[in-house]
Design a protein around this ligand. Structure first.
Ligand SMILES: Cc1ncc(COP(=O)(O)O)c(C=O)c1O
Length: 369
């Protein structure tokens, strides 16, 4: 477990040593962006640190409303509702959609927050094989007559794979289902304007109702979850979701971070392309070295090993040379032994070259035949 004594940037300080940092989810480098920091400092002076209340019981800060307006504008939706964490988003959505579905179909490798969100009284939960639209179709056929809701990650947190929504969408349409996409890792990253996985696949919004759960804690350099939609839908969340009503609202300075980050994302579309190009270069070189990885234009590059021991040994080797790439221990149903390279738009060519040289060296010393 790495101890951080600094901000999360492309470098970190740990126990007095500077490390090149390829971990976490600071994809656009906004967590420490000077404009985001300045907005937070200004908001702390005016609002203090904590809101210390549920918005339902107590009131709303003007910054909450400003952030919700900015998120709605970013997503091209009527309204947005923000809440304490992205993790809560899946619970909120399944809570609010109750009554419109009776069976839930989940990707086998879905994030823990999706599995934790299934309401206790849902009659049936089925897991389809990872990213397998044909298996989903088979399960939906087998359960004909149920009101299906399909829920999946947009980008999978560990492997950087993109859920094949282009193939899942027609299957759901055929079975009259609903689609929920947890786009925690895709917001600000995928799609021509960074709206996430549905935009990436250019999915039509009319035949299948698509809901996205999103977070500001990764590409958007702040913290907190959000859901966008019609004002009537966000109104239902505010009026009916216990998760929303019974938890403390985002600290206003964190809302200020979200507002500042969204302005940067809006004004700098090149950040996203730059990030994806850097990640693609690493992915291609990692593949050509003979490592097993996944092949998607996303900022998460797994290095898949056949044993946990090898994954730990490579991670330790990199750490000793001053580069952090964690070996993953994460609560998922289907465990893999892997390192997770997380790329950020602020990584320099020198950092990337160093990482690649070290990966090559380890491979040569440990796995060449
Ligand atoms: C797919 C996915 N959904 C939800 C979350 C939770 O988001 P947050 O950290 O904003 O609570 C995460 C990761 O943290 C995630 O990877």
């Amino acid at each position: 477990m790495i101890l951080l004594n600094s901000e999360v940037g492309n470098y970190i300080i740990s126990n007095g040593r500077k490390y090149s940092y390829f971990a976490g989810n600071n994809y656009l480098g906004l967590a420490g962006h000077p404009e985001v920091k300045a907005a937070v400092i200004k908001a702390v002076e005016k609002y203090g640190v904590n809101f210390a209340a549920s918005r339902r019981t107590t009131g709303t800060a003007d910054l909450h409303l400003e952030l919700e307006g900015a998120l709605a504008a970013f997503k091209g939706e009527e309204d947005a509702v923000v809440f304490a964490s992205g993790y809560q988003g899946n619970s909120i959505i399944l809570e609010i959609l109750k009554g419109s579905y009776s069976t839930v179909f989940i990707d086998q490798s879905a994030h823990a927050s999706i599995i934790a969100a299934i309401p206790a009284d849902v009659v049936k939960v089925m897991y389809y094989e990872h990213c397998d639209a044909d298996h989903l179709d088979y399960l939906l056929d087998y359960n004909r007559g149920s009101n299906p809701l399909v829920i999946t990650d947009g980008i999978f947190a560990l492997t950087g794979e993109i859920a094949p929504l282009d193939r899942i969408y027609p299957v759901i349409k055929k079975h009259n289902g609903l689609l929920v996409v947890d786009d925690a890792h895709s917001t600000g990253i995928l799609g021509p304007t960074g709206k996430g996985t549905p935009e990436h696949f250019n999915l039509p919004a009319d035949d299948v109702k698509i809901y996205q759960t999103e977070t500001m804690s990764k590409a958007l350099g702040g913290y907190g979850g959000f859901i966008t939609g019609t004002s009537s839908f966000t109104g239902q969340i505010r009026d009916r979701s216990a998760t929303y009503q019974a938890s403390t609202a985002l600290p206003p300075p964190i809302a200020a971070a979200g507002i500042a980050s969204l302005a940067i994302v809006r004004d700098n579309p090149g950040l996203r392309t730059d990030l994806l190009n850097k990640a693609w270069r690493i992915r291609e070189e990692v593949t050509s070295m003979g490592y097993e990885t996944s092949h998607y234009r996303t900022p998460i590059i797994p290095v898949i090993m056949d044993t946990a021991g090898k994954a730990d040994s490579l991670s330790l080797f990199l750490e000793e040379k001053g580069v952090i790439v964690p070996s993953m221990k994460y609560p998922v149903r289907k465990e893999m032994h892997q390192l997770r390279i997380a790329v950020s738009a602020i990584h320099t060519d020198d950092q990337i070259n160093q990482l690649l040289d070290l990966l090559k060296k380890w491979k040569k010393e440990n796995e060449s035949n």
